[in-house]
Design a protein around this ligand. Sequence first.
Ligand code: DX5
Ligand code: ZN
Length: 216
Amino acid sequence: MIKISASTHPAKDDLIGYFKELEELNIDMLHCDVMDGEFVEDKTINYLDVAKINAISTIVLDVHLMVANPVSLVKKYAKAGANILTVHYEAFKDEKDLIKMLKLIKKYNMLAGLSIKPQTTIEQIYHLLPLVDLVLVMSVEPGKSGQKFMTGSLSKISKLRQIIKKQNLYCLIEVDGGINDTLAKDLISSGADILVVGSFIFNAVNKLDAINALKK
Ligand code: DX5
Ligand code: ZN
């Protein structure tokens, strides 16, 4: 069954208000979009906001770090209650640091996620797959909600699904950016496990109908 991770990004300043609205609905996870104004232009929530949500709910917290220097943040997000901590492949100059980071995330009992921008290929991260619990395939350039889905992501997901199956790996596939109910069907058949959805839920007149349409 597909899981829906609702993105915090469209809510801007009213994170708690938006979360309370979502909590009543059928979402599986809260996708916390953390931006530092350096890796991407926008600056959004941080570990203190994640801790605030954790204090009032037991929802799975799926944290997407779009930050230039994630290494020092692992402990902070673990303490804040993150269940999944995802870092960007492109944020690391030295791959040794990325490998250390992935191991550290697991040491703090969180699932280790690795995200790739649209230009990064599956081949570039192929050798890292045994070290990660989840790959977050970006279907838009990270940084903004409400962008158009890049269709090239579909073949990336199918390729990733084949590799995971062939190598018998435990690795979830999450997709993020520009997703609506029509695209959800294609993404599910390509092999996605988790869909991150921002604008399609946030702008829906009836949010529950929107979530149910994504899951259908
Ligand atoms: C983009 C973020 C996404 C985004 C999703 O950088 O990582 O999570 O907010 O929003 P939509 O669904 O509007 O593309
Ligand atoms: Zn995201």
